[in-house]
Design a protein around this ligand. Structure first.
Ligand code: ATP
Ligand code: MG
Length: 582
């Protein structure tokens, strides 16, 4: 990936210091995740750092995940490290293969490679269980048989210490026996939980004997019905990191209060010789908050289920599958991630920044084409009926190496309805009776007027062309004009479906001000039109992206396009059309 020098940030500073101190040099790695024993016989870990992206496969990835993916995989690339893709699938109830597949696709699409390091947390259930038995044996965990309500009530508050459970001092042997019977399925869901034994008076509520295992009869997408006992996320996650020899475990700020437990747990297990040192370090950064969208999985699911959008990959959805159909680019996301950087404090990023990153990349890479989105006929009265000729248009103004393409010209053209008016306001330089404009890549024309139907609607605009002014010929500039309009030849162009997408929500922070976020949906976020396109666009391949001159960037939809009949989606307009509104 050819990116410029990266801006420094607090995470890079931590990594730099760790590398300078040779912190991870002594670690071993057998090539597969596992406890300390497994790595002992193996050679030293060669990559300088190991990061991971650990999605829970319970939904589609969204723009916020892109920030985390670019950060974790980006650091691994920059520091000659590796980044693991790990499915954090310890909760059996919400996880599905469909989500696993979509996550794999999305990370690949963003341009990142995990090599052999694709892992499932559920493959570590046996180790997690053994580690829990060790915690019991070492006096660091106990089986609590209080009800959920009782546990909640005795947990205390921010200002008030918690109270010890009556079961807190159960003998080790009894704890072990109960825990094994929990695993064997002898008890009903919720009858007992395993809790870490830390400190019921801790100022950090997360250290007041957090639950680490619960009984739950649920079929898991990977382990089936093998388990009726599942680890809690806060217990599983640090262990996953340690088993995989992660060096820097980067997560979002809401886990900051969990860090003491993360460290406590791994320290206990390392003391028992179950994990090798140095242990992974958790580092928190501020999540992406983006205006004009929602990024909570719950809200995204609601949008899909209530059919406010056409599925997870609707081009308006802030999912990565949606972004891909929208015509957004992986490079645009990487540029965006680099631009917004990482910080320790929460902040809001305006959608226009993401759009600008997409626009910049599309501007550099997308070939130009011509489309008339709201067509009206233009008849050139002095051009012979049977004649036609080929004009030439550059495929990219900044990249002459991309060549030119012929665009047919004839007596009847399609132009944009808004490029003609009978009563021009001040400063209107396009077509009105008596005015001259250039037909881009063609001739200068002089407007003669228009014809109307009985209801007074304009049927066609009429003009004469000035034969000596053809673009690219010596006389081209002999007549100076202020307006320059685009067109397609009516005989050669073709009608096609084009979808004009816009922001999904009409306000910066949907659902703020007490309203339901659904009420803030932008009713104009999708408009389907029939446009007239230049003939070359028939050959567009699915996912090929173009600038439609004067209109914005468009992509051939990857789902609905068929060979010879691509359907186009607008990714972004040429300019930020929202800046003035907000
Ligand atoms: P939830 O935990 O509510 O299911 P989530 O969005 O946190 O949702 P995960 O699958 O746990 O989903 O996320 C995977 C990774 O992506 C986590 O490391 C998480 O910190 C990160 N992540 C999620 N949302 C954002 C965001 N808005 N900005 C940056 N990183 C994010
Ligand atoms: Mg999460």
């Amino acid at each position: 990936m050819a990116e410029e020098t990266k801006a420094s940030n607090f995470i890079r500073n931590i990594i730099d210091a760790d590398l300078a101190a040779n912190k991870f040099a002594g670690r071993r790695w057998s090539g597969q995740p596992g406890p300390a024993e497994q790595h002992k016989v193996s050679p030293g870990d060669t990559p300088k750092i190991r990061t991971r992206f650990p999605p829970e496969p319970n939904g589609y990835l969204h723009y916020g995940h892109a920030k985390s993916i670019c950060l974790n995989f980006g650091l691994a690339l920059d520091y000659e490290g590796v980044c693991h893709l790990r499915f954090d699938d310890t909760n059996p109830e919400k996880e599905e293969q469909e989500y696993v597949d979509s996550i794999v696709d999305a990370v690949k699409w963003l341009g990142f490679d995990w090599g052999p390091n694709l892992y499932y947390a559920s493959n570590y259930f046996d180790w997690m269980y053994q580690f829990a038995e060790y915690l019991i044996e070492s006096g660091n965990a106990y089986v609590d048989s209080q009800s959920a309500d009782e546990m909640r009530a005795s947990r205390g508050t921010l200002t008030e210490a918690g109270k010890a459970s009556p079961y807190r001092n159960r003998p080790v042997a009894e704890n072990l026996d109960l825990f094994r019977r929990m695993k064997a399925g002898e008890f009903a869901d919720g009858a007992h939980v395993l809790r870490a034994k830390i400190d019921m008076t801790s100022g950090n509520i997360n250290l007041r004997d957090p639950a680490i295992y619960r009984i739950k009869r649920a079929t898991h997408h990977n382990t089936g019905d093998k388990w009726c006992l599942y680890p809690m996320y806060t217990y599983a996650h640090p262990i996953e990191d340690a088993l995989e020899n992660i060096t820097h475990s980067i997560c979002t700020l809401e886990f900051e209060d969990q860090r003491p437990f993360y460290d406590w747990l791994l320290e206990k297990l390392a003391q028992g010789g179950l994990l090798q040192r140095p242990l992974p370090q958790q580092i928190e950064f501020a999540r992406l908050n983006l205006s004009y969208v929602v990024l909570s999985k719950r809200k995204l699911i609601q949008l899909v289920e209530e059919k406010h959008v056409d599925g997870w990959d609707d081009p308006r959805m802030p999912t990565l599958v949606g972004a891909r159909r929208r015509g957004f680019t992986p490079e645009g996301f990487r540029r965006f991630a680099e631009m917004i950087g990482v910080a320790k404090a929460d902040s809001w990023i305006d959608m226009s920044i993401l759009e600008a990153c997409m626009r910049d990349h599309l501007n550099e890479t997308a070939e130009r084409r011509i489309a008339v989105l709201d067509p009206i006929k233009l008849v050139i009265d002095n051009y012979p009926e049977e004649d036609e000729e080929l004009c030439e248009a550059p495929n990219h103004p900044q990249h002459p190496e991309l060549g030119k393409r012929p665009i047919p010209f004839s007596k009847e053209l399609w132009i944009e309805r808004e490029d003609f008016t009978e009563n021009p306001p001040k400063g209107y330089f396009r077509l009105f009776p008596g005015n001259t404009v250039r037909l881009r890549y063609g001739y200068v024309i002089k407007c003669e007027g228009c014809t109307k139907d009985e209801a007074g609607n304009i049927k066609s605009v009429h003009c004469i062309y000035l034969p000596a002014t053809r673009s690219g010929t010596p006389g081209a500039d002999s007549v100076k004009v202020k307006g320059n309009i685009h067109w397609v030849s009516a005989k050669h162009s073709y009608a096609a479906e084009v979808r004009l997408y816009d922001r999904l929500f009409k306000v910066e922070n949907p659902g703020s001000g007490g309203s339901d976020f659904i009420a803030d949906l932008n009713p104009d976020s999708k408009r389907v039109i029939t446009a007239q396109l230049e003939p070359a666009l028939r050959d567009a391949l699915a996912e090929e992206r173009f600038q439609f001159e004067r209109h914005g960037y468009f992509v051939a939809d990857r789902v609905d396009s068929k060979p010879g009949t691509p359907v186009f989606n607008r990714a972004v307009t040429l300019k930020d059309s929202w800046a003035a509104k907000s």
